[in-house]
Design a protein. Sequence first.
Length: 113
Amino acid sequence: MPGSGSGSPLRAVTARCTDAKDGRGVRVHPKEATLQRSRARQSSSRWKKRYRATRPKIERKLAHLMFRRHGGRRARVRGCDRTRHDFALLAAAHNLARLARLGVHFDGAAWAR
C-alpha cells in the first residue's frame, strides 16, 4: 500500500514484497462483486454445458456477417453511429435472407412457413 514503506509485516518474512520504497498499490474494480459472482456462475457445469451448446452457433453467425460479400470487417461509412447503423442494416438483411431460405413469409397478418 502507498505509504506503508518498509513497515510491511510480510517484508521481513517473504520475498513477495515489492522493492519500491512506497510499496505497491492495488486497485479494485468498481464492479468486483459482480465480476466474482459471474466467475462463480461460469464455473458451474450447467453453465459450461449451455455455453458449449450455443457458442458454435453464435460464432458461425458472426463469421457469416464478417464474410467479405457483406462488407467484412471494414466499415463502409465513417463515424461510430453510422457504422453501428450500417452493421444493424447488415444484420437485418442477413436475417431476412435466412428467413427466405427457411421459406418463412409474411401473409399480411402473421408470419407463416
